[in-house]
Design a protein around this ligand. Structure first.
Ligand code: ATP
Ligand code: MG
Length: 454
């Protein structure tokens, strides 16, 4: 009882901020022409119908920092059904958190109704429930603008921009924190992390992407609470992992996590991998590559990324299966299944990415074979490019000899005559014999040595 009361006091539920600070244009400097037309129209339409509506969250934060938001969120007093009725191209989505997607052209604005809390101090009685650790399972209790500001995660994410009045409302000193480059949790951090452990991952992501410090009171409970991430459904964890990995600052994010001693338990994949001798170098190279692609506006294949993150676990399992007497390919497939199953329990990698990932792995031993027609067949494979990029990462990390990557680089760009000259006719012991084997027994004996799995 007392704990619950103190929780409410510290989370700010019993002493509400009296009023917000109103930040005028000359301070916030957000010019209307920097904002998505669709977000402005959405707010205007809602306001004309008598509701309040603001651009919120990351968009306001990024605009105030001089950046370009990647997407827009709008918060409103209108209920999901009311929003839906106002926009022809819109639909209600979500169960845990019901909101409306409003579409203009190929842009989607996420419109959410102001949230309150279900403890009777604010909001109307709606649908909010928690598990035994205090994690919020559903968050569909509606409330006032002030309630909504309090339920957001970090102060810099709780700024409300009104594009009609061109004002920013700041209830939790988010502007001061933006200036100080400080990430600060609204309310009592421990309670807020308990409500939603994913906020710990969000803290690491924002700190790295914005180059902000996590304020000590916010950082303090994280290490002890990291375990709570285990109770988060794998699909939600996957979504947050994707945001982390595709933020353009994933390598820095991991460095931050390590520096703060938070790399255990927070990112399920990284725990094991970073501890393996070559694993860390490989993962960091893959993340640096990904960040570069994201920042150059190039597409990133999640399948490739997960193939890289899990590779050293697969390698270890592969070696083990071979040492138990399995041949190269069956051992690799065994390892792939084993690691796939282990990860599925923690992280729900969607099937389409899982398929790409397995294909990239399964093609790796085929790079070892540089005799006869096989290199030509491999070049024609649909996933050759991805598998080759993966091979280069393996070379660069020192897992395998750089020569094999150079050979394939040259082979794919050479003309027919040069290619024929590059083929290894006299391979290591066994190569000639293998040429005369029936097609059904074509496992290359050299694969083990060159893939480093021996
Ligand atoms: P970005 O879109 O750049 O990743 P963002 O801050 O906009 O960052 P979103 O996930 O789009 O993040 O969420 C929009 C806003 O909703 C956040 O700024 C924050 O105010 C609120 N929010 C999102 N997730 C949570 C959460 N787990 N707990 C509390 N508030 C949240
Ligand atoms: Mg956002």
């Amino acid at each position: 009882m007392i704990r619950k009361f103190l929780g409410k006091v510290f989370s700010g539920r019993l002493f509400r901020p009296a009023a917000s600070k109103v930040i005028p244009f000359k301070v916030h400097r957000i010019a209307r022409d920097r904002i998505s037309r669709c977000a402005i129209t959405t707010c205007e339409t809602l306001q004309k119908s008598g509701h309040t509506a603001y651009v919120v969250g990351g968009a306001v934060r990024d605009l105030m920092l001089g950046g370009v938001p990647k997407d827009y969120d709008v918060a409103t007093s209108a209920r999901p059904e009311q929003v839906r009725a106002l926009f022809r191209r819109s639909r209600i989505i979500g169960r845990r958190f019901r909101l409306v997607h409003v579409m203009c052209g190929n842009e989607t604005i996420e419109v959410s109704t102001f949230r309150g809390s279900a403890d009777g101090t604010d909001g109307d009685s709606g649908d909010q429930s928690t598990d035994e650790h205090g994690r919020i399972l559903r968050d569909n209790v509606f409330g006032s603008l002030e309630d909504d500001a309090r339920r957001r995660d970090f102060t810099i994410n709780a700024l409300f921009y009104d594009p009609v009045r061109e004002e920013v409302l700041d209830y939790h000193n988010g502007v001061a924190d933006l200036k100080a480059r400080r990430l600060r949790m609204i309310g009592e951090p421990e309670l807020r992390f308990r409500e939603d452990p994913v906020r710990m991952l969000r803290a690491a992501r924002f700190a790295a992407a914005l180059n902000f410090d996590i304020e000590p009171r916010t950082r303090k409970p994280i290490r002890a609470m990291a375990d709570l991430l285990r109770n988060v459904p794998p699909s939600r964890l996957f979504d947050e992992m994707m945001k982390f990995l595709l933020s353009g600052h994933a390598a820095e994010g991991v460095r931050r996590l390590r520096k703060e001693g938070l790399h255990h338990g927070l990112l399920p994949l990284l725990d094991v991998i970073l501890e393996q001798p070559l694993g860390e170098r490989f993962v960091m190279l893959a993340l640096d590559n990904t960040d570069k692609r994201v920042n150059d506006g190039k597409p990133v294949s999640p399948g490739f990324l997960f193939a890289a993150l899990l590779w050293h676990e697969v390698l270890a399992a592969w070696k083990q299966a071979e040492s138990r007497g399995l041949n190269t390919m069956p051992a690799l497939f065994h390892a792939m299944d084993q690691i796939g199953q282990m990860q599925a329990e923690k992280l729900a990698i969607p099937r389409r990415f899982g398929g790409d990932m397995k294909e990239i792995w399964a093609l790796q031993p085929r790079f070892s074979n540089r005799t006869g027609r096989r290199p030509y067949h491999l070049l024609e494979h649909m996933r050759f490019r991805a598998a080759f990029d993966f091979l280069l990462l393996r070379c660069e990390s020192g897992e395998i000899d750089a020569e094999i990557g150079q050979w394939w680089e040259k082979f794919q760009h050479a003309d027919e005559v040069a290619r024929a000259g590059m083929l290894l006719t006299e391979g290591p012991a066994g190569a000639r014999k293998r040429r005369h084997r029936p097609r059904s027994k074509k496992k290359p004996a050299t694969a083990k040595a060159e893939t480093g799995a021996a």
